[in-house]
Design a protein around this ligand. Structure first.
Ligand code: V4E
Length: 259
């Protein structure tokens, strides 16, 4: 999550929160050389620490639809796929995106938008599924091998989330260093999650319907400057968290090409 940029300055929260934004992003492994380049050319915008708590139904109805609901710094945020480009000849940036190197997600921070989206996504979950849900919750609560207690601890905290049968399934803290590439308005985050995983992210935030190609080009230029090469997809924090804590769900997300 980052702020819209205008020139070299950050536009304030009022604008950011009133608009739906699209985050175009490429993850990378930050080695000593790319860190040196970043420290030489980028402007360090500081270090932050935050806790993320991700929510889903016990059957993972959201994440199986590539919808990611979380609480960060006490605020609700939702990420879901943004519409893809159609028609025109595929560009280098789009190829990188198609190969999974770049992702493009719509970000919502407005509570009404988030609730609307959740209702839309969950409307297909019928009575049969609801019954399975309560059985699944029960199993998680009583199964000593499960992660039930941590999950249920969160479930009682948010009335509307509980009403929608949403439970906290992942909780971790990230220390983030942010650099800004001033000329291009690109943000580079270096994240370290408390479960022992580090990842870099090159990010451009655009308004919905904004110039995706320009964002992909900026990311490509930045990656080159940082010496980020190759076509290997780098896992995000959540992918690694799921691999370690929910291997069966992770495998399902992989098989459905969501991760
Ligand atoms: C797993 C996932 C999402 C949830 C986590 O998003 P991510 O960008 O990894 O987290 P974070 O903390 O960097 O968020 P930010 O601060 O940038 O807003 S959202 C989309 N996905 C799916 C996904 C995917 N399929 N491929 C890759 C490389 N990343 C994420």
């Amino acid at each position: 999550m980052l702020d819209f940029q205008k020139g070299s300055g950050l536009v304030g929260d009022a604008i950011r929160h009133s608009m739906m934004s699209v985050e175009v992003e490429r993850k990378f492994v930050c080695n000593a050389n790319s860190l040196k380049t970043l420290e030489e050319i980028g402007v360090c915008a500081g270090q932050d620490q935050f806790q993320d708590r991700y929510f889903d139904t016990p059957q993972f109805d959201l994440t199986l639809r590539d919808v990611w609901l979380r609480q960060r710094k006490g605020r609700w945020e939702l990420k879901c796929p943004a519409a893809t480009l159609r028609g025109a000849q595929e560009t280098r940036g789009e190829r990188a995106e198609a190969a999974g190197l770049c992702t493009r997600y719509k970000e919502m921070t407005d509570a009404a938008d988030i609730h609307r989206k959740l209702r839309e996504v969950l409307k297909d979950v019928g009575e049969k599924d609801k019954l399975a849900t309560s059985e699944c919750c029960h199993q998680k609560l009583t199964d000593p091998r499960g992660l039930g207690n941590a999950e249920m601890k969160c479930a009682l905290e948010e009335g509307w989330a509980t009403d929608m049968n949403l439970l906290c399934f992942a909780e971790f803290t990230t220390v983030r260093r942010t650099f800004i590439w001033e000329e291009d308005g690109v943000h580079i985050d270096l994240d370290e999650a408390d479960f022992g995983y580090r990842v870099g992210e090159i990010e451009v935030l655009i308004p919905e319907g904004g110039d995706v190609q320009a964002a992909l080009d900026k990311i490509e230029r930045t990656a080159k400057k940082l010496g980020v090469t190759g076509d290997q997809v780098v896992d995000g924090k959540m992918s690694v968290y799921l691999q370690r804590n929910y291997p069966a769900h992770y495998a399902r997300l992989l098989s459905q090409h969501i991760l």
